[in-house]
Design a binder for this molecule. Structure first.
Ligand code: HEM
Length: 348
């Protein structure tokens, strides 16, 4: 087993060289997969902007490829941003709204469960939107840009390329109070995860496939430190964690008084490559979060973990289908409920 690498988000030299090594050696798959999921809601289509902004995907693509080179953390940051947007009131870019100074109610992005969302995801959408506004003013929603950017990063990291449906409008509501019950946590049980995903129209297979996004990206110690020292308050580490991984994680994440900026990679074997290694890792007790590891143990999710661990192509197909469904959760359409923001962080 290769020992995972650690870093603070400020990117230590160790981290930078590790990062660059993996980016250079990562194979980029050109596999294109078409989702075979339920029908899109009316008015959403792959060629929605064909007349009013035909170059949209190239414009967003120029920003994502540049960002990926300069700041590879943008990839996982943007993919997670999309997930947190879609699970709270639908894929309507409400996560991008900034809280109004002096206002009693905070916006979604400032909810406790969103505080660890990396700035690189917000920056990607801001830059892409700025460019798109220069070429096609007032036409494209922030919600569509977020979906396109997340897709781009999946592909840039070596994952599948897939067409995305467009035509979302941006939501008019963004409140922190809606976040808590809609975002899963590191200690959420499989039972609760299945129920939460079902409530968004996603199946157990979708849950396991989408969790495969943890094939890239990082988590802060606070999200798994409980597993290292006193799992479920019993004074012993989690028996379902590989002893070498446990030892490595303990070196960087002390039980008390550690640096709260330290992060560990989700995928201990290929942390920067979008592939199915995440599932093989789970089978070897190399999952980082309790919620990841549990997917390989629960009889309802284990068969999917086994299938995806065996077959990368099958994982890609299931991931594309699930991303398609995720990015259609409660989309907003039309002026009555939606807006097309010029600045994604401010309502019109
Ligand atoms: C199944 C339930 C899930 C749970 C419990 C969960 C939980 C978490 C946690 C605790 C983190 C670490 C945050 C930090 O410490 O900074 C994280 C990161 C991440 N999550 Fe999830 N997540 C889940 C599902 C998803 C889904 C469905 C996606 C996308 C489709 C996703 C994408 C990501 C990515 C890419 C990161 C890395 C972010 C980065 O490095 O900036 N997660 N998740």
């Amino acid at each position: 087993m290769s020992v995972p690498s650690f870093a603070s988000p400020s990117f230590s030299p160790l981290f930078t060289s590790f990062f660059v090594f993996f980016i250079l050696s990562g194979t980029s798959s050109c596999l294109a997969i078409r989702a075979n999921s339920s029908r899109p809601p009316r008015q959403l289509s792959e060629n929605y902007y064909a007349k009013r902004c035909p170059q949209l995907e190239q414009l967003v693509g120029s920003v994502t490829s540049q960002q990926f080179k300069e700041s590879p953390a943008s990839g996982p940051a943007t993919i997670r941003l999309l997930f947190h947007d879609c699970f709270v009131g639908g894929c309507d870019a409400s996560i991008l709204i900034a809280s109004k100074p002096g206002s009693k109610e905070l916006a979604e992005k400032d909810a406790v469960d969103n505080r660890d969302l990396r700035v690189e995801g917000f920056e990607t959408v801001r830059k892409a939107k700025e460019l798109v506004e220069r070429k096609c003013p007032g036409v494209v929603s922030c919600a569509d840009i977020l979906v396109i950017a997340a897709r781009d990063y999946v592909h840039l990291a070596g994952g599948p390329y897939y067409p995305v449906k467009k035509g979302r409008w941006d939501g008019k509501i963004s409140t922190a109070s809606r976040v808590g019950t809609n975002i899963p946590h590191a200690n959420t049980t499989v039972d609760q995860l299945i129920k939460l995903f079902n409530s968004k129209g996603l199946t157990t297979q979708d849950l396991v496939a989408l969790s495969g996004a943890h094939t890239i990206g990082f988590a802060h110690c606070k999200n798994f430190v409980g597993r290292l020292y006193s799992y479920r308050g019993k004074g012993q580490p989690d028996p379902d964690m590989d002893p070498k991984l446990l030892h490595a994680l303990r070196m960087y994440c002390p039980n008390f008084g550690g640096n709260s900026d330290i992060v560990a990679p989700f995928d201990a074997t290929t942390p920067f490559l979008f592939d199915h290694a995440y599932y093989g890792n789970l089978q070897q007790n190399l999952g980082l979060l309790a919620s990841d590891q549990a997917l390989a143990l629960d009889p309802r999710t284990k068969p999917f973990v086994q299938d995806f661990a065996k077959d990368n192509h099958y994982f890609f197909q299931a991931f594309v289908a699930a991303m398609d469904k995720l990015s259609l959760v409660k989309v907003v359409r039309g002026k009555k409920h939606g807006e097309k923001r010029r600045d994604c962080s401010m309502h019109m």
